[in-house]
Design a protein. Sequence first.
Length: 198
Amino acid sequence: MKIKYAGPRPTISHHGIAFKDGKEDKYVYLMIGVQILKAIDKNYEEQKSYTYDVQTKRVDDETMLETIRKYESSIDKEVQEELDTYSQHIDDEIEQVRQSHTIKDIEKEIWINNIKIMKNYRLQRAVNKIYYMHCINNIKKVIVRENIKELITPFFEKYWHTLQTIQGKLENGLHSRGTDLKVFKDNNSDMMIKLTVE
């Protein structure tokens, strides 16, 4: 099972294949999630906070996988099970098109072919999302275990999205925590994002 960039979410029909703006592949957020996970899992002396270091190096695909595997020994099996479910969902889509009474046979054929063409693309996006959500779950576990009170990152869209996902995970489920997410200027007047955890 590999992670790699796939692309934005496709819209598939008998008219063709298009890609949605703003529906980016979770791969682009996974790297930030893994960087945060690696950085926060340490022994804290006093200050229970994490500030993103702009010198942080990019993480290659294999390192991202190795990092997540350290937290979940059965991750590959779980990802495969979730991926099998999603693959079945795509097969069900094909069957729904076959059973449709509202479009012509030639349109059905085109639509089904478009779904088949994009199946591996969609499966790769699903793999990336599944690993991303497992990464976010592990970030929550570390935050709760270490009682981390704040995460600070630069104010860029990808960081904002990742911190929003972490915030949602922290506020829901077992060991939920209240949070606050805001933008502020640091001492250098740079825009930053702060996720505060109660």
